[in-house]
Design a protein around this ligand. Structure first.
Ligand code: SF4
Length: 144
């Protein structure tokens, strides 16, 4: 299991799964439980504050690490979640034309997402079915 954010892993690239690059930008404090919210806030704060290096992945990441739905080898949100959420990650990486394992500064990858994904239509297969859309400031900021 990936570790939650702490002083140790802040010295290394932070693993972030594809679709979480969007969640981080739209996050305004809502999560699955308090532990999740504390970790998510911390990840967002550090990425934004010091333009931290990110390793883009398509599986459990530093945000999943404090999620009550994370299993030993994947997401257990529901019976199909691991496949559907991994596909969201893969579709996002495809849209950005980057590969899993890419190392990239936070500011650079956030700018890339915002340039390539300007409308809600661009999010088909990425987060158009996401349960958090009504709470996600990033999704709401995309053109209709
Ligand atoms: S619901 Fe699944 S993909 Fe989302 S943070 Fe939790 S474990 Fe990760």
């Amino acid at each position: 299991m990936v570790k939650t954010i702490d002083g140790d892993n802040m010295k290394r690239p932070l693993q972030i799964r594809g679709h979480h690059l969007l969640c981080i930008q739209g996050y305004q404090g809502y999560g699955y439980d308090r532990q999740f919210e504390i970790n998510m806030s911390s990840v967002k704060e550090h990425l934004m504050a010091d333009n931290h290096l990110i390793e883009v992945v398509t599986g459990l990441d530093v945000i999943c690490a404090s999620c009550p739905h994370a299993g030993d080898s994947g997401c257990n949100l529901d019976s199909n979640a691991n496949e559907t959420i991994t596909l969201m990650d893969q579709n996002l990486l495809k849209a950005l034309t980057i590969r899993p394992g890419t190392l990239i500064q936070a500011e650079t990858i956030f700018a890339l997402t915002n340039t390539k994904l300007q409308s809600k239509l661009d999010l088909t297969g990425i987060c158009d079915q996401c349960r958090w859309q009504q709470k996600c400031l990033w999704f709401q900021s995309r053109d209709d």
